[in-house]
Design a protein around this ligand. Structure first.
Ligand SMILES: Nc1nc2c(ncn2[C@@H]2O[C@H](COP(=O)(O)OP(=O)(O)O)[C@@H](O)[C@H]2O)c(=O)[nH]1
Ligand SMILES: [Mg+2]
Length: 561
């Protein structure tokens, strides 16, 4: 009563050998994926991958000389009968009774050491473990040497704990033999809830139609064909399908042979884990896309960010103050000396913002870093513009990323938002606004102003002295003549006029130079603010994009069979 189809033999030939090193490399790739996405993707999505890495690591570290095969199926399909028949427990000297439902029993062919650690990990209690292969039948059983056969609880048990136990064990064993019977082989539960879920584990799946003796012999092939058709719809095309009769040793030959081949190949554990990697990779597939994402947002989005940062940092207010301060200081240095004193009484526009004034030119830069400025706080509009610009950076950076990632990119872009105001303020305070040195031409013009003023004062003094001498009837001074004009009034009027003229001529130059000073300060501030944007917004975004690229590469490596 044994039926092994051609396709079964093909599958048993082991043409899909799994190389242990290649499997370990794939598992490493899954591990790399998990490291790359740690903290970036929802943990719930990563549970299967974490479970796989943990399980696979343990399974590979435990005995690879043993193959754990589970008999799984519905109540009454004959799992325990097959288990007993294979283990020949009724012949066992210890006289073991049939295993009770709800508890997993194990039978080990061959030495227990190695097997025991594996069974500890699988969670079969020592009192539910049996050892086959006594001295008596050693020759018969050598072909199964290394097999650990498990009789699982019924997956359709009314007791939830049994079902959970089945699910747990199905995740750990190396191969599953699904036992169905002629009455219930088409039941939806086994196909929808179990067999279909195992379609990536075709290499380690065997299906047996037990109780074949209950069918008229001519019916068996028809039922097997029908079952094969169902398995095809489950995605289990090509899995070994055989019929068994647990109550007749002749009806066990096919299954026994299949198990012997599985044990001989010593591939089941590796194939099972390879199938697990396939399943996990398929589940993670939608977390990474096919397109390689750009390294970050485009230049115009970054420019937008920098503009918004500059606005929030008060750069326009500072540059305006720089322009005013330049004029203030230039006029104070080059203006008509009598006006200068009055100019100096007015406050310096930069000092009002607590930014370095002329006296601070040589100040310790560290001190200016600590000092916060009094640049006005950003307005609500500036704050929301900054929020939008950061959002735009995240959106642009995440544009090619699959749905799970934009959230992580946005979170990264905003991750240091709270530190931004201080960082911007420190940057503004630490920026050399270019007003430290007094230009040479100020000093030249200032000197000329002093000279012409001096001339006017000398002229005035001369005239006053002349009048005084005349009033006192003393001998008059000689008034040197310049052409037709006497020198003292020429000095007075000429000095005054020259001073006013020089002031008038200097004025547009000061205005032009103030605009230039403003442009220079703006350039320096913008560059510094852009560096803050780079550090506080763009770098965290790039880190996430880098993690994405790593995750994507890792998953591609993990997918490679
Ligand atoms: N005729 C026949 N009866 C079987 C066969 N296998 C199991 N049985 C019977 O089916 C019933 C259920 O078997 P059991 O091994 O307890 O099924 P389990 O619930 O899957 O463990 C028992 O009465 C067995 O004797 C078989 O191949 N042929
Ligand atoms: Mg049973």
């Amino acid at each position: 009563m044994t039926n092994i189809t051609g396709r079964v033999r093909e599958a048993f030939r082991g043409d899909q050998r799994v190389d242990a090193d290649a499997l370990i490399a794939r598992l490493d790739a899954v591990r790399r994926f998990l490291t790359a996405v740690d903290g970036l993707l929802p943990d719930a999505e990563l549970v299967p991958a974490h479970t796989l890495v943990e399980r696979a690591g343990t399974r590979l570290a435990l005995s690879r000389d043993h193959t754990v095969v589970a008999l799984a199926g519905a109540t009454g399909s004959g799992k325990s009968s097959l288990f007993n028949a294979l283990a020949q427990l009724e012949l066992s000297p210890v006289g073991v009774r049939r295993p009770t439902t709800g508890v997993t029993h194990a039978c080990v062919w061959g030495p227990l050491e190695g097997a025991n650690r594996l069974l500890d990990w699988i969670g079969v209690l020592p009192r539910h473990r049996f050892v086959r292969e006594s001295a008596l039948d050693a020759d018969d059983e050598t072909a199964l040497h290394g097999l650990i056969l498990l009789d699982l609880p019924d997956f359709d048990s009314v007791q939830r704990s049994h079902r959970l136990e089945v699910d747990r064990l199905l995740g750990l064993v190396d191969q599953v033999v699904w036992v169905v019977d002629p009455q219930k082989y088409a039941d939806r539960v086994i196909h929808d809830s179990y067999l279909r879920e195992f379609h990536r584990h075709r290499d380690v799946t065997v299906v047996v139609l037990n109780q074949a003796d209950r069918l008229p012999p001519a019916e068996v092939p028809r039922v097997l064909d029908d079952l094969r058709r169902l398995l095809d719809t489950d995605g289990l095309t090509g899995v070994p399908l055989l019929s068994t009769t647990a109550i007749d040793p002749a009806g066990m030959v096919g299954l026994r042979g299949a198990l012997e081949r599985t044990v001989a190949e010593r591939q089941a554990a590796l194939r099972r884990l390879a199938g697990d990697v396939d399943t996990v990779v398929a589940g993670l597939d939608e977390l990474v896309g096919s397109a390689r994402p750009a390294g970050g947002p485009d230049d115009s989005t970054v420019d937008g960010l920098n503009r918004a940062l500059a606005g929030a940092a008060g750069v326009p207010a500072v540059t305006e103050a720089v322009q005013q301060a330049y004029r203030h200081r230039a006029v104070a240095a080059t203006g008509w000396p009598l006006v200068r004193g009055w100019r100096r009484l007015r406050p310096d526009p930069l000092r009002r913002l607590h930014l370095p004034g002329p006296a601070d030119a040589g100040a310790d830069p560290a001190e200016s870093l600590v000092a916060a400025t009094s640049v006005p706080d950003p307005t609500a509009a500036q704050r929301s513009a900054l929020g939008l610009a950061i959002r735009a950076v995240a959106d642009r950076a995440a544009v090619d990323l699959p749905a799970a990632w934009p959230g992580a990119v946005t979170a990264a872009a905003r991750s240091r938002l709270g530190d931004l105001p201080d960082a911007l303020d420190r940057t503004i305070a630490g920026t050399d606004l270019g007003l430290g040195r007094r230009p040479l031409w100020w000093r030249v013009v200032g000197g000329v102003q002093w000279l012409v003023t001096l001339a006017a004062v000398v002229g005035l003094g001369w005239l006053v002295l002349g009048y005084a001498l005349r009033a006192l009837g003393l001998p008059a001074l000689d008034n040197p003549m310049v052409g037709q004009v006497p020198l003292p009034p020429l000095l007075l009027l000429g000095g005054l006029l020259a001073g006013l003229l020089l002031a008038a001529l200097t004025r547009p130059v000061v205005r032009w130079a103030a605009r230039r000073a403003r442009a220079r300060a703006e350039q320096r501030l913008t560059a510094k603010v852009a560096r803050v944007g780079e550090e506080y917004v763009l770098t965290p975004v790039r880190v996430v994009l880098g993690s994405y690229a790593q995750a994507r590469d890792a998953l591609r490596d993990a997918a490679r069979r």
